[in-house]
Design a protein around this ligand. Structure first.
Ligand SMILES: C[S@@+](CC[C@H](N)C(=O)[O-])C[C@H]1O[C@@H](n2cnc3c(N)ncnc32)[C@H](O)[C@@H]1O
Length: 239
């Protein structure tokens, strides 16, 4: 992993990057309610700052979070001391136990910069999944990453953030520079973070899932108002 989520991890929640976990938490609650199922254990790969663990605390689900970034894990442990957090690559971690669900959320799949790496995460997810359990993840599509090609300025009471992105169609990779000015006392602290994401053809993702024996696959557009072929982000539920 490139040196991301170092300094950025301290500001991740403050800059609103934790909000996506809120949408996922509601979606997961709804999903299990509709099925009349109550998962007891969850493995959250690339768990970030532990927001999902915090939001689903009341469900009683026992969480294990895995992330490659010590900074993100530091935040997660502070926020959710009752969960277990492990520093590891999502593709390599071996916990020697199985879970009712394995999650890999909010662009985490886009942080796997090659198909073999993403495939190893799929195989590892299957390894940690109980029979009848669910592996759930989202991924930005080429349409989603192409939409990064713009400059945005966001001002809030205690920070200003400028984001400038670019998409390389051939490599199916996007890069965004995030420059944040965070108010600290009477001055601003400047933070710069370069973030790279990669996307894949849906057919390649499906083939990799099937190879990992995650062959019951339901794909929907993350945003229900988008047709699946125009989706900027896809939501996968596999078992
Ligand atoms: C956009 S964040 C998403 C975090 C969290 N899932 C959320 O919903 O906020 C992507 C996360 O992937 C982690 N990450 C990137 N590559 C990883 C890898 N190979 N193994 C484990 N974690 C990784 C980063 O440290 C970061 O916390």
């Amino acid at each position: 992993m490139k040196n991301v989520y170092g300094d950025f991890s301290r500001y991740y929640d403050m800059l609103g990057w934790n909000l996506f976990a809120g949408i996922c938490a509601e979606r997961l609650k709804e999903f299990f309610k509709l099925r009349g199922e109550k998962p007891e254990t969850a493995l959250n790969l690339a768990c970030g700052t532990g927001e999902l663990e915090k939001l689903l605390r009341k469900t009683g689900i026992e969480f294990t979070g895995v992330d490659a970034s010590p900074g993100m894990l530091r935040e997660a442990r502070k926020k959710c001391p009752e969960a277990r957090f492990v520093k590891a690559d999502a593709a390599d971690v071996r916990l020697n136990r199985k879970f009712d669900m394995v999650l890999f959320l909010f662009d985490s799949a886009n942080h796997m910069y090659s198909l073999p790496h993403l495939s190893r995460v799929f195989k590892n997810s299957r390894r940690h999944l109980k029979k009848g359990g669910y592996f759930i993840f989202d991924i930005n599509t080429p349409i989603g990453l192409k939409a990064w090609e713009e400059t945005q300025v966001r001002r809030a009471r205690n920070f200003t953030v400028i984001t400038m992105g670019i998409y390389n169609e051939e490599e199916m990779m996007a890069e965004v520079i995030i420059e944040a000015f965070i108010k600290e006392g009477r001055s601003y602290r400047r933070m710069v973070q370069l973030l790279t994401e990669k996307t894949y053809e849906t057919q390649d993702i499906i083939e990799a899932l099937v190879k990992a024996k995650l062959d019951k696959i339901v794909i929907t557009s993350f945003d229900p108002s988008e047709e699946i072929e125009d989706a900027g982000r896809l939501w996968f539920v596999c078992s």
